[in-house]
Design a protein around this ligand. Structure first.
Ligand SMILES: [Zn+2]
Length: 59
């Protein structure tokens, strides 16, 4: 059994379980850089927000 996991970023919005990953992204930093182009945002303190939460103002 492999212990390898996708590098993924999870949304930290309230009651939100969205997550994003890219099959060829090796690190969370890599995922974040690319997810930003897909509408994800990183907040101070290390919280990540998906596009829906960002639009709904749950910043
Ligand atoms: Zn969200």
């Amino acid at each position: 059994m492999s212990a390898d996991l996708y590098a993924a970023v999870n949304c930290d919005g309230p009651d939100c379980f969205n997550a994003i990953h890219y099959p060829d992204a090796r690190t969370a930093t890599d995922v974040r850089r690319r997810s930003r182009q897909d509408g994800w945002h990183r907040r101070p303190g290390g919280r990540d927000l998906c596009p829906s939460c960002w639009k709904e103002g749950k910043r």
